[in-house]
Design a protein around this ligand. Structure first.
Ligand SMILES: [Zn+2]
Length: 553
């Protein structure tokens, strides 16, 4: 006996058999019962969701000897010949191969004649969007004034390709992709009828392969049965269908969520050794994490996730232990890795890197919690508003032992600065005077150390072998200094330049050294002050950061 493929053997023969299109069948049955049947129908939707089957059932319901009825009897000769495809009054036309205007003209001429022995002459045109523009125009002429004994049922996967003039003359029904749960239920029914032993998990794998198409799911089931016979093993189905075993997805996702890098990378090894396409596997893993996220984010995930009952429960168990944010962050990493795989020649490495990152992600505070803490921080700061205005003054009483360092920041020179100034600051004033009168000379003096500074005699030390020493030893420059000194002191002043060892501790600091030293001191003070500032300390605690650098503004 020849094998009849499941899609044909189990083709629905009544509206009740039709899976997943209840919104369509109910409307059609109501129309028949209330005798408000349109003369042209348009059935749209993806392939294999029941459009052509529905067209035939509708044709039978309209022409049945017992009808028109909400369900065809399927036993009268009229029903039977439609089922067989031998009816002369119900004509199925493939739009893909009869696209020409001549075909449609013939149809038009033919439609004028009354049906030979049925109630209606019914034209079922599949893939109607394939017709040529002229053919559509010819078709439109019949649709504008349809003979009362003619019904049209158009089916298409691409309704947007139909002229608006045709669309507007049809009653349109959008067929949905069949939910996975319903495909599994139908497969289970067929398995029982055929005496096949198969698990729900395996049926779900088959159904998933069909991607919402009942016909594709049944073709896949045919393939599985041809390979496995009546005793179907899960592993065989996984291999045959090329669908990733759900357990592998569950194991891998559990590993990264629990920070187990060992199991995560071993999982990739398994994926590779099974010969799965790494990118495809990554996409399935993304779908898995999406499932976890949806379950943790909405009260009724079943309406959003197209999953079999067992799969949904499994996901629910896994999702419970993890915060949505933790799942989302890992999902983001996966999506990034997947998009990079398109160009990469080593997808396995990308997946491994992504999984390692996912497994070692540090937990973060929920944003809401963070915002609440910042609000608390602002409230406490508002209670003591001077905190914001002058951090230095506020820091001092908080840390008494640091008081001198904060004082050093005051603009007037403190006692520490005075200690390095021989001549009661007259050297500084003299250099300032020189800078104003002869900037080039003044700039050189900034690097000199005032060994002696009195109105009648100035002795300046410069580092041995330094550029500044060489400059000052030049007689013209030295003469300029002498003239400036005489002008500054209002009396002749003896000026001498001396070479001093670079590391001598006895020579007073030059102004340049002092300035550098003061700058460092100020920066250190600022750093210390910043680190001890109560607001900064509180912020670090709340936000969990660290100070990397303090920069003067
Ligand atoms: Zn019948």
């Amino acid at each position: 006996m020849s094998y009849v493929v499941l899609a044909r053997k189990y083709r629905p023969q009544t509206f009740g058999d039709l899976t997943g299109q209840e919104h369509v069948t109910r409307t059609l049955q109501n129309a028949i019962e209330t005798e408000r049947v349109a003369h042209a129908f348009l059935f749209t939707g993806a392939r294999g969701v029941g459009k052509t089957s529905s067209a035939r059932i509708l044709a039978k319901a309209l022409n049945c000897e017992q009808g028109p009825a909400a369900e065809p009897c399927n036993v009268c000769p009229l029903c039977k010949e439609i089922t067989d495809g031998s009816s002369t009054d119900v004509l199925e036309i493939d739009g893909a191969s009869n696209t020409g205007v001549d075909d449609v003209r013939e149809l038009r001429d033919n439609s004028r004649y009354l049906p030979s022995h049925s109630r209606y002459k019914i034209y079922i045109i599949d893939e109607v969007h394939m017709l040529s523009t002229n053919a559509f125009n010819a078709l439109l002429k019949i649709l504008e004034e349809p003979p009362p004994h003619v019904k049209f049922i158009f089916a298409t996967t691409e309704p947007h390709k139909l002229p608006i003039t045709i669309l507007s003359r049809c009653q349109r029904f959008d067929f949905k992709r069949v939910p996975l749960v319903k495909i599994v239920a139908r497969l289970r029914y067929i398995a029982e009828q055929e005496g096949i032993t198969i698990s729900d998990a395996a049926l779900a794998m088959v159904a998933r392969k069909g991607d919402g198409s009942m016909r594709d799911s049944l073709s896949c089931f045919d393939q599985v049965l041809a390979f496995c016979g009546n005793q179907v093993q899960d592993d065989d189905v996984a291999t045959l269908v090329g669908v990733v075993d759900r357990r592998l997805l569950a194991d891998l996702s559990a590993a990264v969520l629990n920070g187990d890098t060992q199991v995560a990378l071993e999982g990739v090894s398994r994926v590779d050794s099974f010969g799965y396409n790494i990118r495809q596997f990554t996409q399935e893993l993304i779908a898995h994490f999406r499932g976890l996220l949806v379950i943790r984010s909405v009260p009724n995930p079943a309406g959003i996730l197209d999953l079999a009952e067992a799969e949904l429960n499994e996901l629910r168990r896994q999702a419970e232990a993890h915060e949505p944010q933790a799942i989302q962050r890992r999902l983001t990493l996966l999506i990034k890795a997947e998009s990079e795989m398109a160009q990469a020649s080593f997808p396995r490495l990308l997946l491994e890197m992504a999984l390692l990152k996912m497994a070692t992600l540090q937990p973060v505070l929920p944003v809401q919690q963070l915002i609440e803490r910042i609000k608390a921080l602002e409230t406490s700061a508002a209670a003591t508003p001077e905190l914001w205005r002058n951090p230095a003054q506020q820091a001092a009483p908080a840390a008494k032992q640091q008081a001198p360092s904060t004082q050093a920041r005051a603009p007037q020179p403190g006692p520490a600065a005075a200690a390095v100034k021989p001549g009661g600051g007259s050297w500084e004033r003299f250099v300032a005077f020189c800078l104003e009168r002869k900037p080039a000379v003044g700039a050189l003096l900034e690097y000199g150390s005032p060994l002696h500074c009195a109105p009648d005699r100035i002795e300046i030390g410069f580092d041995e072998g330094s550029y500044y020493l060489t400059c000052l030893q030049d007689s013209d420059t030295l003469q300029s200094v002498r003239e400036l000194a005489a002008e500054f002191n209002h009396q002749p002043t003896q000026v001498t330049v001396k070479s001093v060892a670079a590391d001598t501790a006895t020579a007073p600091q030059s102004l340049a050294e002092k300035k550098k030293h003061d700058d460092e001191q100020r920066l250190n003070d600022a750093r210390r002050e910043a680190a001890e500032h109560p607001l900064l300390m509180a912020s670090l605690k709340v936000l969990g950061g660290e100070i990397i650098d303090v920069k003067p503004l």
